[in-house]
Design a protein around this ligand. Structure first.
Ligand SMILES: Nc1ncnc2c1ncn2[C@@H]1O[C@H](COP(=O)(O)OP(=O)(O)O)[C@@H](O)[C@H]1O
Ligand SMILES: [Mg+2]
Length: 351
């Protein structure tokens, strides 16, 4: 509790609320109280429980005590987690209700990183990586590296993978936000979860991925409390604004059009990751098939033309399917026929 609010003023405030509130409201209020044993707010809450008991509301007092004890325990364990977070960063805050970690940590060596990108996009990626590596030199001149990045574009073209590749290249651990854990069923807790997560990485160098963060737009349509979603957007805006951790923050979205303009403004760099062009399709095919010999008569360019409009993920799938057929048939090389077959089978997934 902020120190400028005195114990007395809190007591008076709660005394007043206490008189005008019904039991439901008191219970809801108690759910949002958290802190250490000796915080003023907790002391006041205990006083309220005592006086409820005195006037004969034993059931309510018991309920309030249960809520308070649970919140104190949650707060203490969160503080403990924060202490152990640094420097290995293996412990991440959890959702208080279900104890699910609010983010998943992926160690650098497990990250996907061999990407094929058009030259201009590759240059944008490299600029982010170079600026991060040169962050101390930049700081001498009062300059800051690009830290808050947004990737947008069609599904399966490397948005999530791009975040992993950047983490891999700059050697940072990778932390992927778990929105299903963030979206708590406790009123007000979702926004709080997000705050706790950002707080926990304040001094921890990592790449924080907010993958498909347009969940905010989607969640509204699947019945999440509108007020709560509104709060979440505002909290996210503030957290993005204030983000100044030693790592990078990367957000991704498929739905560029539905993202709040105010959110867009918060990023240092916004990069479109397009579908692969002809050149990239050939590289994706050949790269995926690099561990098996391919027949000399394969017309890569022709295949690339046929696959125009495919996502990178689908091109990789076609190549993998062709390779699997070849291996199962015990063929020594991948033939034109293998690729054609895979292509025909996957054609319907396109567009
Ligand atoms: N640019 C790319 N280079 C190489 N492989 C890619 C690329 N984009 C996508 N892939 C393949 O597609 C899969 C899915 O990509 P992903 O990054 O999850 O797509 P999304 O844009 O939907 O986040 C990856 O695991 C990888 O196999
Ligand atoms: Mg993705």
């Amino acid at each position: 509790m902020a120190s400028f609010i005195s114990y007395r003023s809190i007591s008076e405030f709660f005394g007043f609320i206490f008189i005008v509130m019904n039991q439901d409201l008191i219970i809801r209020l108690f759910r949002s109280i958290e802190g250490d044993m000796d915080d003023d707010l907790i002391k006041v809450a205990k006083k309220i429980i005592e006086s409820e008991k005195t006037i004969g509301h034993k059931k309510l007092a018991g309920k309030l005590k249960g809520i308070l004890d649970e919140n104190i325990a949650g707060h203490m364990s969160f503080k403990k987690e924060l202490k152990t977070l640094l420097p290995e960063g293996t412990i991440i805050p959890t959702d208080r209700r279900h104890n699910i970690p609010l983010a998943t940590l992926i160690n650098t060596e497990h990250l996907r990183h061999e990407m094929i990108l058009p030259k201009s996009v590759e240059a944008n990626f490299q600029r982010i990586e170079k600026e991060y590596v040169a962050r101390e030199r930049l700081a001498h001149f009062g300059l800051k590296p690009r830290k808050k990045i947004l990737f947008y574009g069609a599904p399966g073209c490397g948005k999530s993978m791009g975040a992993e590749r950047i983490a891999w290249n700059i050697g940072l651990p990778f932390l992927k936000v778990r929105f299903e854990a963030i979206m708590s069923s406790y009123l007000g807790e979702s926004a709080n979860n997000l705050k706790r997560l950002f707080e926990s990485i304040k001094n921890y160098p990592c790449v924080l991925l907010l993958d498909e963060f347009d969940f905010l737009a989607k969640a509204r349509s699947v019945g999440q409390d509108v007020g709560e979603m509104h709060r979440m957007v505002n909290i996210l805006l503030n957290l993005l604004e204030d983000y100044d951790a030693p790592g990078l923050l990367i957000a991704t979205t498929n739905l560029e059009g539905t993202i709040d303009k105010a959110l867009f403004r918060r990023f240092d760099d916004i990069i479109e990751i397009p579908k692969p062009g002809k050149e990239e399709i050939v590289k994706l095919l050949r790269g995926t098939l690099s561990s098996i010999d391919t027949s000399n008569d394969i017309e890569w360019d022709r295949f690339a033309e046929t696959m125009d409009g495919f996502s990178a993920a689908l091109v990789v799938k076609v190549a993998n399917d062709a390779a699997k057929t070849a291996v199962i048939q015990s063929s020594k090389v991948i033939s034109k026929g293998h690729i054609e077959k895979a292509l025909n089978e996957n054609f319907n997934y396109n567009k």
